[in-house]
Ligand binder design. Structure first.
Ligand code: NAD
Length: 488
């Protein structure tokens, strides 16, 4: 257990929580204790905010290329620590290690590199106003940013927030999920190792209703960047009202993944399996509503079910494993409860639907495929597991109506060879991201986020630099004729 960092990072020191409590962190594959981490409370959030406030002036004043250099050094340090970080993420979350090695860690490195390079590229603008005046707009950092992160992609999601926030000159108080805090704590160690100054990043591990709520309402925090459920997002908006802090929300989704009759079926079958089963379906952008044109539905499902049944479940640390356990016991129960919901609504379970045999100690759920109707709960609510709801359609109009029939609007996929149809749907679909003949592509240069109940604000790309800065408009009277009504 000693191999993991377990304390809070406040003002550059690793410390216990003021109240001295701890939280047990469990391995979802075998139920063993991985670590007992410090349980922060609101008092620790106060200390972390004070440390971040103290560090802010010097960090914001640092030449932007210096901040960038430190982020690039961090990216190198994470890359050098790949084997360790991948193992840690696999143990803590249940992600198969092949994904941690091939996706989670490399994407985290790419993100810090992208924003390291971005730090000194943030430019202001000159606005064409009235003759005789010069008006320019600078972008300034906000101050202390509070970041609250869920358990499904801890390494990546912390980088999506810390990369742009730090590049723009903000300091941070970050709370990882109490279920998966270990990789964030390791990143904290690497940050100190590469010379990111004390207090620039502070990590408070603890529960949402205590530490998360304290961050959301703290008067010393200028912005909260949140990724998590829509219900928690709403409570954060309410808590933020006290000091009118800026809020950015990356919330849930119920991604439509639409396969038209003219699609390359083999590619669509593979892509649709990745869309829902990657990371055990625990992804906000998962293609959890598989919408099939009725002419190809039966043939498609035959291949899709065969592929789902062939997915290798196993120990996340085994390189052969394609699907690990869900990240917690509670979540396993929640996902399985949707199988009963589906049956109660007259849905047909065509694959999976149970705990797999031979994996009783882990939080596993079989890859599950359910046929349902568009208005059913399993076609409207986020399950957040290896659970895909199959719907069929006859016409493009019907497909669009079904795709846009939930309150969410995060990611959407289309599989077609008709370029006109692809563009028409991309325009009309209610979503922040659309993938055509692919699914779930993300890159630090491309804006990520949703509309409707999936939240607001964008992570990554130039958009993220705007999110983590505020514009300041400066007017200079260069040679202006003062209007006659102005008495000198
Ligand atoms: P959650 O909302 O329960 O928790 C997310 C984080 O918020 C955790 O750190 C938690 O401790 C904290 N939290 C809980 N209650 C809080 C409160 N009252 N005040 C402040 N913080 C609080 O979500 P989860 O179960 O950890 O994650 C799954 C959800 O996250 C899913 O709905 C998923 O769609 C969503 N998600 C969205 C995105 C996106 O980018 N849109 C990405 C990943 C996950």
């Amino acid at each position: 257990m000693t191999q993991f960092q377990t304390k809070l990072l406040i003002g550059g020191e690793w410390v216990d929580g003021v109240d001295g409590g701890t939280i047990r962190v469990e391995n979802p594959y075998n139920g063993e204790t991985l670590a007992n981490i410090a349980e922060a409370t609101a008092a620790d959030v106060d200390l972390a905010v004070a440390a971040a406030q103290a560090a802010f002036p010097a960090w914001a004043a640092l030449p932007a290329h210096e901040r960038g250099r430190l982020l690039l050094k961090l990216a190198d340090a994470i890359e050098a620590d790949t084997a360790n970080l991948a193992r840690l993420e696999a143990l803590d979350t249940g992600h198969p290690i092949r994904d941690c090695l091939g996706l989670d860690v490399p994407r985290t490195v790419l993100c810090y590199r992208y924003f390291g390079g971005m730090a000194d590229k943030l430019e202001g603008s000159v606005i064409p106003v009235d003759a005789g005046f010069l008006n320019y707009v600078e972008r300034e950092p906000i101050g202390v940013v509070g970041a609250i992160v869920p358990w499904n992609f801890p390494l990546m999601f912390t980088s999506w927030k810390m990369g742009p926030a730090l590049a723009a000159g903000n300091t941070i108080v970050i709370k990882p999920s109490e279920i998966t805090p270990l990789s964030t704590l390791r990143i904290g160690e690497l940050m100190l190792q590469v010379g990111i100054p004390a207090g620039v990043v502070n990590i408070v591990t603890g529960y949402g209703h205590t530490v998360g709520a304290a961050i959301a309402e703290h008067p010393g925090i200028g912005k909260v960047a949140f990724t998590g459920s829509t219900a928690t997002g709403r409570s954060i908006v309410k808590a933020s009202a006290g000091n009118l802090k800026k809020v950015q929300l990356e919330l849930g989704g119920k991604g439509p993944n639409i396969v038209f009759a003219d699609a390359d079926i083999r590619a669509a079958v593979n892509g649709s399996a990745f869309a829902i089963f990657h990371n055990q379906g625990q992804a906000c952008i998962a293609g959890s509503r598989l919408m099939l044109h009725e002419d190809i539905a039966d043939g498609f499902l035959e291949q899709f079910v065969a592929l789902a049944k062939s997915i290798r479940l196993g120990d996340p640390l085994d390189l052969q494993t394609e699907m690990g356990p869900l990240t917690s016991r509670l979540h396993q129960e929640r996902v399985l409860s949707f199988v009963d919901v589906a049956k109660g609504e007259g849905g047909e379970v065509i694959a999976g639907g149970s705990r797999p045999n031979g994996f009783e100690t882990g939080c596993f759920v079989e890859p599950t495929i359910v046929r349902a109707k568009p208005g059913d709960r399993v076609a409207q609510e986020e399950v957040f597991g290896p659970f895909v709801t199959v719907l069929t359609f006859k016409t493009d109009e019907e497909a669009l109506a079904i795709a846009n029939s939930t309150d969410y609007g995060l990611g959407a996929g289309l599989w077609t060879r008709d370029i006109g149809r692809a563009h028409r749907f991309a325009k009309k679909i209610h979503a922040g991201m659309v993938w055509i003949n692919c699914y779930k592509r993300v890159h630090p240069a491309s804006p990520f986020g949703g509309v409707g109940q999936s939240g607001y604000g964008r992570e990554m790309g130039f958009e993220a630099m705007r999110e983590y800065t505020v514009p300041k408009s400066v007017w200079i009277n260069v040679d202006a004729q003062i209007p006659p009504f102005y008495r000198r």
